[in-house]
Design a protein around this ligand. Structure first.
Ligand code: IMP
Ligand code: MG
Length: 183
């Protein structure tokens, strides 16, 4: 989907398709190097992480496994509720595994901080986080995110997996949603 199709729904593009592709390639190379000679299970957080997972894993030069979790902390609005529910759990046991959580965005940090402790309670070997975006000014809890694509201002953004009311996930770039869309 291109810029013309979204028209005035967006305020501005903040990360272009080219910037995303080169950043993802750079992160893939870092992960490859860091996990050299270790098994690696990537856990994508549905649905926002689908684009990141697809691009990241295809840029990697090694065997990986993928699993997915779906958690919910957002309704159809734009503010984090802080309430996390598991909608879909992992398919396989992660005891002793090296897990890298793949996320679209760290906003308040509530979801990831909860998810990380949840995986730790299952006897995971190591657990790290990769997130395409991070909003440092929106943080409510501290979470260690080892791999961050871009730090952005605390505006509501869409595209590259990120939705507003389930739409705009298929934009190949990241844009700030226009205020008139939700106020
Ligand atoms: P948290 O506030 O860090 O717990 O964010 C939880 C989830 O809210 C993220 O994984 C996203 O799915 C969603 N989210 C947070 N900020 C945005 C945004 O700007 N656009 C779209 N979704 C967002
Ligand atoms: Mg998400």
């Amino acid at each position: 989907m291109d810029l013309a199709t979204v028209g005035t729904d967006i305020e501005r593009v903040i990360v272009t398709q080219e910037e995303l592709q080169s950043k993802v390639a750079e992160l893939a190379a870092r992960v490859d190097a860091d996990y050299k000679d270790r098994d690696l299970l990537l856990v994508g957080v549905l649905k926002g992480a689908i684009m990141a997972m697809a691009d990241l894993t295809r840029a990697m030069q090694r065997h990986i496994e993928m699993d997915w979790m779906a958690v919910s902390s957002y309704g159809s609005g734009t503010k984090s509720s802080g309430v996390v529910r598991i909608l879909k759990d992992l398919d396989r046991d992660i005891t002793g595994r090296n897990v890298l959580i793949v996320e679209d965005i760290v906003d308040s940090g509530l979801t990831l901080s909860w998810l990380k402790s949840n995986l730790e309670s299952r006897g995971v070997g190591t657990v790290e986080i990769l997130s395409i975006l991070r909003k440092p000014e929106a943080a409510k809890v501290h979470v260690d995110v080892k791999y961050v694509g871009f730090e952005i201002p605390p505006d509501f953004v869409i595209g590259y997996g990120l939705d507003f009311d389930e739409k705009y996930r298929n934009l190949p770039f990241i844009a700030v949603l226009a205020k008139h869309m939700y106020s």
